[in-house]
Design a protein around this ligand. Structure first.
Ligand SMILES: Cc1ncc(COP(=O)(O)O)c(C=O)c1O
Length: 360
């Protein structure tokens, strides 16, 4: 029986390296509440993300919710319709109204040219996703936010390892949030992080992450947004392998691009100034019928690409229609993310592309 080729597989560090870190947890007896390993991972992430004061979180979703709370957002937030559902649901859970502006047809990130027409007196922020690890047009978004006194949160769930103009992607905006879910390039099994520009906002995030109190003094209605020492151990075991993982990922990404050169489909456009992390390999087919046909042909060969991202978030059943997002709807209908993970062999990549080209 041939092994199925799924869209992703978590990177598993050598078990002895994980066990050695877990032994430290046993020795300390501290399982959570910002123990030595969590602090060590935060410091190491500062280094790799080029950030200051990285704060670990329980996951990438609670990181967005904490960011919303720490910035005191109210009313409407202009956001991308092309992302994972968590980007939108975080707004809704915090009682905010998502207002969707359409995406750029090449980068699939929020199109800054469409943001201003959505701004009202109720708008408090922009929440944009660096989708697939591709940078949003951060300069244009910054200029709009500045002109209209809006806060900016970047959902950088996919952004680990990308730099833009020499700066780690997670250092842009008032707050950037990351996901370290097992499916992500860098992971802690479950987990996430927040990077804030302003030290006062960072302190607020820290407070809200731990129920809003310090010792017996209660300052704000917080939440449990922490992560555990066991998750930090996984992160510290994975981190030393990230250079190898990213080098291999780039080779795999470029191999896919080369193998399907000239095919009737769209691949990612990487903006100038970007050192891309090559986290994902989405293809956008000519129409939804072809996408369905390609997916079925792959499934028949044990290959399981995913519809990242579908549906366009303005179509979620619990969202009030706002804005008109034809590009996002069209891409969501036609997209498939191809299998891409560390142990994926070149032979398996060739099989994926052979099935794709045959189906086309
Ligand atoms: C764009 C985006 N935002 C947010 C999340 C939520 O992250 P988590 O699963 O760590 O809560 C994810 C992925 O899971 C994502 O892809």
């Amino acid at each position: 029986m041939v092994e199925p080729i799924h869209v992703t597989r978590a990177f598993m560090p050598p078990i002895e390296e994980y066990n050695a870190l877990v032994a430290e947890v046993w020795a300390s007896g501290q399982l959570t509440n910002q123990g030595a390993l969590a602090l060590r991972l935060e410091a190491a992430l500062d280094h790799t993300l080029g950030a200051q004061g990285t704060l670990l979180a329980g996951n990438g979703t609670i990181a967005i919710q904490l960011a919303i709370k720490a910035l005191g957002l109210k009313g409407e937030v202009i956001t991308t319709p092309y992302s994972y559902a968590a980007t939108t649901t975080s707004l809704i859970w915090e009682g905010l109204t998502p207002v969707f502006a359409d995406i750029d047809p090449l980068t699939f990130c929020l199109d800054p040219a469409l943001i201003e027409e959505r701004i009202t007196t109720r708008t408090s922020a922009i929440l944009a996703t660096h989708v697939y690890g591709i940078p949003c047009d951060v300069e244009a978004i910054e200029a709009i936010a500045h002109a209209h006194h809006l806060k900016v949160i970047y959902d950088a769930a996919h952004g680990y390892g990308t730099t833009y103009k020499g700066r780690g992607l997670a250092t842009y905006g008032d707050i950037s949030t990351l996901s370290f879910h097992a499916t992500k390039l860098f992971h802690t099994a479950e987990g996430g992080a927040m990077v804030a520009r302003d030290p006062a906002v960072r302190d607020q995030l820290k407070l809200l992450r731990s129920f809003g109190h310090i010792g017996d003094e209660h300052f704000a209605a917080g939440v449990n947004g922490k992560n555990s020492e066991l998750h930090a151990a996984m992160g510290l075991a994975v981190l030393p392998h990230m250079r190898t993982v990213m080098e291999r990922r780039k080779e795999q990404w470029c191999a896919y691009a080369e193998m399907m050169r000239g095919a009737d489909l769209q691949v990612l456009t990487i903006p100038a100034g970007t050192e891309f992390n090559h986290a994902y390999f989405p293809i956008v087919l000519r129409d939804g019928g072809i996408r369905e046909h390609v997916a079925l042909a792959m499934n028949a060969q044990g290959i399981f690409p995913r519809r990242y991202f579908y549906p366009s978030l303005d179509r979620l059943p619990y969202v009030h229609p706002s804005g008109h997002c034809p590009i996002s709807n069209s891409v969501a209908e036609r997209v498939l993310c191809l299998p891409l993970y560390h142990p994926l062999s070149t032979n398996d990549q060739q099989l994926v592309v052979d099935v794709l080209l045959n189906a086309l």
